[in-house]
Write a protein that binds this ligand. Structure first.
Ligand SMILES: [Mn+2]
Length: 335
């Protein structure tokens, strides 16, 4: 394992002053924050850096993050990639994606499991000039942690927006330090904390809805059934299962409710999302009720089932699946 100083030295060794550097990312919070950190590290070391997104940002939290922290980034399809002399990949590896595979990277910094076959050349087998620099630490909770260490080692005081981005990257990837967290992740977070804008961080964390989504709440409030401490909600078509998760978590906020189930149609499937305060095992419940009809499972507190509408249509021998049929199917299944 290289020392932190040596990692930083090798990182800088890849670049010259006249380089145009393209940083490619699959835009989740950890990747966005890591890319912003690379941009900061390379400031005044290269001629130009650009952050390229391999897919559009969809989640509202991430849109809020980019907007509030003013993270400069652009869709990769609107960039002429041949104008760039160096390529950096953070929070990902070439085998994760076809777009990543199409680049020959000079630097790869990541925390996902290491896959050697995916590299353009083995670090010990290619010539020094062609040797890419990669720093892969699968034990780390986030790539933001690695980049925070780079900033620390290079004695850069992060700006408030960079610190906020990295803190959010660490928090989301470790799910607030509840999973795969090392002491290093906590130490990095503590280093960033004095520079973090806590109001902005909080606004980003809670921004998981848009005004347009309010219509789903409106619909949910018209179509719920409460029985004892359980609530069942039936939605029509929804754009993705995310809104079902938000609704399911929302209804669990009711102190009388210990178990919430929200069903809706996503594409041509009935998706059922369950949340529980732990008294009833959601995964087992969904598996028992819907396991024969489609895929179903989960943990004690959260679970999900997905049933093709075609299955329900055939089961009840109807031309199309109307809301009442779907409700009947759900209630028949859980009885
Ligand atoms: Mn990550």
């Amino acid at each position: 394992m290289l020392s932190k100083k040596e990692c930083l030295r090798r990182f800088y060794q890849q670049f010259q002053f006249d380089d145009q550097v393209l940083i490619t990312i699959d835009p989740d919070p950890d990747a966005l924050a890591s890319a912003l950190a690379v941009k900061r590290l390379l400031w005044r070391h290269v001629s130009h850096t650009k952050i390229a997104l391999i897919r559009p940002i969809k989640r509202w939290n991430n849109i809020a993050m980019v907007k509030l922290l003013k993270i400069p980034c652009q869709d990769i399809n609107s960039i002429s990639t041949k104008d760039y002399s160096k390529f950096v990949l953070v929070d990902g590896q070439p085998h994760h994606n076809e777009v990543f595979r199409s680049f020959s990277y000079n630097v790869i910094i990541d925390h996902h499991p290491f896959q050697e076959v995916s590299y353009p050349c083995h670090p010990l087998e290619c010539s020094i000039e062609k040797r890419p620099f990669f720093d892969i630490r699968p034990s780390y909770g986030s790539t933001s942690t690695i980049l925070t260490e780079y900033l620390k080692t290079s004695r850069i005081k992060p700006s408030s927006s960079l610190a906020t981005a990295l803190a959010y990257g660490i928090k989301t990837d470790t799910r607030n330090f509840e999973r795969q967290t090392l002491e290093d992740d906590i130490r990095a977070f503590l280093f960033l904390y004095p520079f973090v804008n806590r109001y902005t961080l909080n606004k980003i964390e809670i921004s998981d809805l848009s005004i347009e989504d309010l219509k789903f709440f409106d619909e949910a409030l018209k179509h719920y059934t409460v029985s004892k401490h359980r609530i069942f909600v039936f939605m029509d078509e929804v754009p993705s299962h995310d809104i079902l998760v938000i609704l399911s978590e929302f209804f669990l906020k009711l102190h009388e409710i210990s178990f919430s189930v929200v069903a809706g149609i996503v594409d041509s499937s009935l998706v059922i999302v369950g949340r529980s305060d732990g008294r009833k095992h959601v995964g087992e419940f969904l598996k028992k009720a819907f396991g024969n009809a489609g895929s179903a499972g989960g943990h004690g507190a959260m679970g999900r089932a997905e049933i093709p509408l075609e299955y329900i249509r055939k089961k009840y021998n109807v031309p199309i699946c109307e809301r009442n049929i779907i409700e009947k199917f759900v209630f028949d299944s859980i009885e």
